[in-house]
Design a protein. Structure first.
Length: 356
């Protein structure tokens, strides 16, 4: 979704007219006809059609038909607040699946006395990031480390490093490219459950003690990992319901000169292919002016692919690229993450050429 200032009136009515044509092809219920006649519907469908450059109907699925992902839902909520002049809870935006559900929920909200009038300006990502994360999330983040924390980090790091070097012949390249202190963001490819452990075992101890991992809440709720969330400096994200809060927590940690690791693909890829990147890391890099450090992990897709229940032995290699600033990658969020993806693919090609 683009910024609201690009939202042109003629596009709004063009998009709405297109959506009406689409609706004619469907059997409209009396309820649908009432919904289409409302002023809120015209604004919402017009906004979606304008920003997404797609024909929008009541039955359009936000993700499957219109391509609105988790970050897009945050931007959608901010944009609709600005054109409707009401405060819309992010939970409402995250809970609906179709355009019709979105309109019905917003109509109910606007009729409720609790609906608050807000500024007609759309919130920027900078404003969203600078909001304080919920106390419940901050309570899970440990910034000050005692002797026991350092000792545990040293022990686990040594165990993982020994494990991967002995059984997987792990080789580390480009370690000199790792800055001595934060803030910066590690951005590795992601093909295996092993990847986070491989990176932890490969960085210097000074980096490891200040390193936070950003990962899916479902992964961090597993019994073998849940107990270590605070000790191991894991920040869980919920890409459906609490994505903006997760980005705020990342901003909070980076603001304390710490280091975070984000897997930009958002999930483990299949067969080691570097998938398209989510733009969350691009938002953090640009709005906070934080360096990104591309990382390529080779062989983990064979050692423990997402298609296998148990790992197997296969040589591993990790390559750390040089830190890059966002403006060297692209001008907007999408351009930044695409430039970052190209940097990681360069490291992959470098690894493949050395093999030959």
């Amino acid at each position: 979704l683009k910024k609201i200032k690009r939202f042109e009136i003629y596009q709004r009515f063009l998009g709405y007219a297109s959506s009406q044509e689409a609706e004619k092809e469907e059997l409209l219920s009396p309820e649908d006809k009432v919904i289409l006649d409302s002023a809120a519907t015209r604004k919402i469908i017009g906004y979606l059609a304008s920003q997404l450059n797609k024909v929008v109907s009541l039955n359009s699925h936000l993700e499957l038909d219109l391509g609105v992902d988790s970050l897009g839902r945050v931007e959608l909520g901010s944009g609709l607040e600005s054109i409707l002049s009401i405060e819309i809870p992010q939970e409402l935006i995250d809970s609906v699946l179709t355009v019709k559900e979105l309109i019905i929920q917003i109509e109910r909200l606007s009729r409720a006395s609790a609906a608050l009038v807000v500024s007609p300006e759309q919130k920027t990502w900078n404003q969203i990031l600078n909001q304080k994360p919920p106390d419940e999330l901050l309570d899970k983040i440990k910034l000050n480390y005692g002797l026991l924390d350092k000792l545990l980090t040293l022990i686990f790091k040594a165990l993982f490093e020994g494990f991967f070097r002995v059984f997987y012949s792990l080789r580390v390249s480009g370690r000199r490219n790792i800055p001595p202190s934060g803030p910066y963001i590690f951005c590795p490819n992601h093909a295996s459950f092993y990847d986070g452990f491989i990176l932890l075992s490969s960085v210097p101890f000074k980096c490891a003690i200040n390193l936070f991992f950003i990962g899916h809440a479902k992964i961090f709720q597993r019994p073998l990992i849940k107990w270590a969330v605070k000790v191991a400096r894991l920040i869980s994200i919920d890409p459906v319901d609490h994505l903006s809060e997760s980005l705020q927590a990342s901003r909070f940690v980076l603001g304390k000169n710490k280091v975070i690791c984000i897997f930009p693909e958002g999930a483990r890829s299949i067969a080691g292919y570097v998938e398209e990147f989510k733009k969350g890391v691009g938002i953090l890099a640009k709005e906070l002016n934080i360096p990104l450090l591309p990382v390529y992990i080779k062989g983990s897709e064979f050692a423990w692919p997402r298609t296998r229940k148990f790992p197997r032995i296969h040589p591993l290699r990790i390559i750390f690229g040089k830190p890059v600033l966002w403006h060297d990658l692209g001008s907007d969020y999408e351009g930044i993450v695409e430039g970052l993806r190209k940097e990681i693919i360069k490291l992959k090609n470098q690894s493949d050429s050395k093999k030959r």
